[in-house]
Design a protein around this ligand. Structure first.
Ligand code: AMP
Length: 290
């Protein structure tokens, strides 16, 4: 694996590689953007890319513009050495680990605003978050120019934002969404789980348990309001010290609440149950497609 810290070096390495592939066909590039502190969820995306692509590029960049002023940018885990070992194990060809000034050049001023979807749920709770995500992903796509890019279902609203971004700005890249990887007891893997104290870790199970209950109730034809109230009760039973931020059933692509769709219009839409909660000072999210 080659670890690269500058945009210029990555661009020229990838240009060379594309050129070499041209005798028969261009080599395909798979791209997995991450913020590091890698775990099995990231590994699963790397494996998908390795299956599909000739060359895999993983980026590790803790993107300052997607963190709010009171969020955990400073304390976000940075574990480049062990991340690199995991990527070497997976036979990744390129690790791109740029500094902030490689991504945001002097005088940087352009922002990408994803529109309505970015104002709902995680976007409402974290103003500017999805602008930061859409902006950094656009910059990274332009640097790497991948054929396919891999994102986790764990961050379902982020996946929806990125699919819109690619469609609206005509990025020539295929977006592949990998399944959420979980601990044995159901907790979705997240780089932020390491912040949880043991008691909080136990209560964090409230998220996945609540999602399963709500999904089962919906499949059993319970109404949305009754499934949500049962879900809220379930969450508070398992996580008495947790603060439930939101629990809802939304259109998987627009994140509009499913309850806002009238009658038969609402029956066929692809739906996802979404949840977010704070355990102590740790913000956790999870979701389950129905
Ligand atoms: P992050 O480093 O948190 O920005 O995540 C990088 C990528 O890994 C994103 O596309 C996430 O959705 C994905 N990811 C994070 N956790 C998981 C998980 N438990 N299962 C699958 N993908 C995940």
């Amino acid at each position: 694996m080659r670890t690269i810290h500058t945009t210029a070096e990555l661009r020229s390495a990838l240009a060379l590689l594309r050129e070499q592939g041209k005798q028969d066909r261009q080599r395909s590039i798979g791209f997995v953007p991450t913020m590091g502190a890698l775990h099995e969820g990231h590994r699963s995306l790397v494996r998908l890319s390795k299956q599909d692509s000739d060359v895999t590029v993983v980026s590790i960049f803790v993107n300052p513009t997607q963190f709010g002023p009171s969020e955990d940018f400073e304390r976000y885990p940075r574990t480049l050495e062990s991340d690199a070992s995991l990527l070497i194990e997976e036979e990744v060809e390129f690790l791109f680990a740029p500094t902030v000034d490689q991504i945001y050049r002097t005088g940087h001023s352009t922002q990408v605003h994803p529109g309505a979807i970015a104002t709902l749920f995680e976007g409402a709770r974290r103003p500017g978050h999805f602008d930061g995500v859409a902006t950094v992903v656009s910059i990274l796509f332009n640097i790497v120019q991948p054929d396919a890019a891999y994102f986790g279902q764990k961050d379902a609203q982020q996946c929806a934002v990125i699919k819109n971004l690619v469609r609206d700005l005509a990025f020539p890249v295929e977006i592949v969404v990998g399944a959420t990887i979980r601990e044995q007891d159901g907790l979705a893997l997240s780089s932020r789980n390491r912040y949880l104290a043991p008691a909080e870790r136990k209560e964090a199970l409230g998220l996945s348990k609540t999602l399963s209950l709500v999904r089962d109730l919906l499949l059993d034809r319970h109404s949305i309001p009754s499934a949500i109230s049962a879900g809220i009760a379930e969450f508070h039973k398992i996580a008495p010290h947790g603060i439930l931020d939101y629990l809802d059933i939304v259109h998987s692509e627009t994140f509009q609440p499913k309850a806002s769709f009238e009658g038969s219009e609402g029956l066929d839409i692809p739906a996802t149950v979404i949840i977010a909660a704070n355990l102590g000072s740790t913000h956790l999210i999870d979701n389950l497609p129905v």
